[in-house]
Ligand binder design. Structure first.
Ligand SMILES: *[C@@H]1O[C@H](CO)[C@@H](O)[C@H](O)[C@H]1NC(C)=O
Length: 428
């Protein structure tokens, strides 16, 4: 019996096991299909996303950070016939006018367009055969710096005020830029023969919170020795405000187009024993401002807002060695990365550069190198050094700056004296 039931019960049990198995499969299928219905909306998105990576990863829902298409039809200073772009047309209440414009264009407030860089050169071809080639490379260097930091740049090669020529032309370019760029808090003028030799360094704007004009120099030389060479007008930063408009007006009053030219020529000659040019004029205004104690001018000597090439050019090889030494030891610092995130890697370098200091005698990369006296365009260089020496140094300094750019494209100039040769970056 026992065996009977066992034998007769056996097919029944097999049947019920098959039935149970069937039920389980059915339930599982049902359950899975239910889950997939709930998830289907998600999976469609992830599918279309993975498809779209083949074309572009653009997100059209985000509004542009800067709204370049909005200009409300409200009258601003641009509609005021009394407001002009040239220094001979004084502007009143500029701070208020600028604020009004910014209120109408809120997307520019607090954007990274804090600095607007202005540079330029003469309208005609350079007299010196290599001049235009060098000017192009000086400009390329500035464009690269601006791209890396998201700044805008304007190259002016016309005399906006025909009577304010040569070194005075920068004043008209700066003034016109202030009116053209109310979004910019600072206008930064750089002479044509200046080179960024530290692509990472950023001007410490926080330091100038209460200042309106920043120029490189040695305060003691200017204020105590009354030396017009104690500062350099080749690179300066000026706040876009009423004070600065008035300052430019006073500065321009000493220029060749001024009816007071002769008076100022005598004063500047007496004060500095040098002819009236943009730099003696600036030095005079700096001294005057000190007397008035308005404290709006800052003579920066802690880093090279501009530095003399004669002092800098020979130090670059040693500086390169120091940076390479640090880079070798730190995988993160030499890690390849997209150019757009360069500022992140600049920050990573900071702790290693702390002890280097800045400026003269430092092994930190000099921020800006100025070829004062070399006159690359005219070729009328200062007789105290040869044309050959200027060319060699310009080549070296420009390649030094360019190496910091090329790095993000996987290449380097192995020899700073030869611009034509690049080699792929070594793989570590
Ligand atoms: C570069 O470094 C070497 C070795 O430390 C030193 O002898 C030389 O004077 C340095 N050159 C310059 C221009 O600083």
């Amino acid at each position: 019996m026992v065996t009977m039931t066992q034998t007769t019960g056996s097919p029944n049990r097999k049947l019920s096991i098959v039935f149970l198995f069937f039920i389980i499969i059915l339930l599982t299928t049902l359950f899975l299909s239910l889950i997939s219905t709930f998830k289907s909306s998600d999976s469609v998105i992830s599918l279309s996303r993975s498809k779209s990576t083949h074309t572009c990863i653009c997100n059209t829902n985000n509004p542009p950070r800067l709204n370049l298409k909005s200009d409300p039809p409200v009258s601003t200073f641009y509609d005021d016939p009394n407001v002009g772009y040239t220094i001979d047309k004084p502007i009143k209440n500029w701070d208020e006018k600028r604020r009004h414009w910014l209120n109408l264009h809120p997307s520019f407030v607090g954007s990274n367009k804090q600095i607007f860089l202005v540079t330029g050169s003469q309208s005609k071809p350079c007299k010196n055969a290599k001049g235009d080639h060098f000017l192009l490379r000086f400009f390329k260097n500035k464009v690269d710096y601006c791209r890396i930091h998201g700044y805008d740049i304007f190259y002016n090669n016309v005399l906006l005020d025909p009577k304010m020529n040569n070194c005075w032309a920068k004043l008209s370019a700066v003034r016109a830029s202030m009116v053209a760029h109310p979004e910019a808090e600072w206008i930064w003028w750089m002479d044509e023969d200046t080179v960024f030799t530290d692509m990472d360094f950023k001007v410490p704007l926080d330091r100038y919170k209460d200042r309106n004009f920043v120029v490189h120099g040695w305060p003691r030389e200017v204020y105590e020795e009354k030396n017009w060479l104690g500062l350099n007008a080749g690179s300066f930063i000026i706040r876009n405000c009423q004070w600065s408009l008035d300052f430019l007006e006073k500065w321009a009053d000493m220029g060749p187009q001024s009816k007071n030219r002769e008076k100022w020529r005598k004063i500047l000659m007496k004060t500095f024993n040098h002819e009236a040019d943009d730099q003696t004029a600036l030095a005079y205004l700096v001294l005057q401002e000190k007397e008035e104690q308005s404290n709006r001018i800052y003579i920066e000597m802690e880093y090279y807002l501009e530095g003399y090439w004669v002092v800098i050019a020979d130090t670059l090889n040693n500086i390169t060695d120091r940076y390479n030494e640090i880079g070798m030891k730190n995988e993160m610092l030499r890690r390849p990365h997209a150019e757009l995130v360069s500022e992140r890697y600049a920050e990573l370098w900071e702790p290693y550069l702390k002890e280097a200091g800045y400026g003269y005698g430092s092994w930190r990369r000099p921020f800006v190198t100025h070829f004062a006296g070399c006159q690359p365009c005219s070729g009328d260089h200062n007789p105290s050094f040869s044309r050959q020496r200027c060319w060699k140094a310009m080549e070296k300094v420009l390649n030094y700056g360019d190496n910091q750019v090329l790095r993000n494209y996987g290449f380097t100039h192995p020899d700073l004296s030869d611009s034509t040769i690049v080699s792929p970056l070594p793989v570590y």
